[in-house]
Design a protein around this ligand. Structure first.
Ligand code: URA
Length: 207
């Protein structure tokens, strides 16, 4: 199957998914969107009110800020793939629960395998925890780490920066580093240790 076909299949399956409780309250699933050959995948937490209404990721206030951050590094949302760790809205925007994250993980895994991006940017702590389970976002944000051959770059969630104005400049500075980290990835690809997913972050070499 071609990557675009896999992404369509994942979207169809997420739309009909009943693996966790979130299907009861969702209006529609929000599988994610972007080119099947995107070089970067951004992974947020889960759909909010507007995303649940429209079936598209990051279309509310956090999405507007994400688009501004992308523009600051000369990218548009059409050039990147944007998705979430859970594809259905947690009621009242509560945190996704462990069973929900586990139920939805297969969809995200298939998206990542299909797109095969060089870089994954995690937005917020739930997305970070999927790749680096014990890492603290305050310690690792803006630093790149290689996980299963891919560059993972943890960032604060754009919504966190909207709620906590002091984080705004931190998020902007982390985004400003992204192009440099991506080109450094080319150079350092073979020199960096390859780390298995879910490895204890104490053993991770951040650079
Ligand atoms: N916040 C997220 O984490 N994801 C979205 O799609 C929208 C807001």
């Amino acid at each position: 199957m071609k990557p675009a076909e896999i992404l369509s299949e994942v979207a169809e399956q997420a739309a009909a998914c009943t693996l966790c409780e979130l299907h009861h309250s969702r209006k529609q699933a929000v599988p994610g969107e972007g080119p099947a050959d995107a070089e970067i995948v951004f992974i947020g937490e889960g759909p909010g009110f507007h995303e649940n209404e429209q079936g598209r990721p990051f279309v509310g206030a956090a999405g507007k800020f994400l688009e501004e951050l992308l523009a600051s590094i000369a990218l548009t949302r059409e050039e990147v793939f944007i998705t979430n760790v859970v594809k259905c809205r947690p009621p009242g925007n509560r945190d996704p629960q462990i069973e929900e994250l586990q139920s939805c993980n297969g969809y995200l895994e298939r998206q990542i395998q299909a797109i095969n991006p060089r870089v994954i940017v995690t937005l917020g702590r739930f997305s970070l925890a999927r790749f680096l389970p014990n890492a603290k976002i305050s310690q690792v944000h803006g630093k790149a780490v290689r996980v299963r051959g891919r560059l993972v770059i943890p960032m604060y969630h754009p919504a966190a920066a909207l709620h906590q104005p002091s984080l705004r400049s931190v998020v902007e500075a982390d985004f400003a580093q992204l192009p440099g980290l991506m080109s450094a990835a080319d150079v350092q690809e073979t020199m960096l240790p390859s780390l298995p997913e879910n490895q204890n972050p104490e053993q991770l070499s951040l650079f």
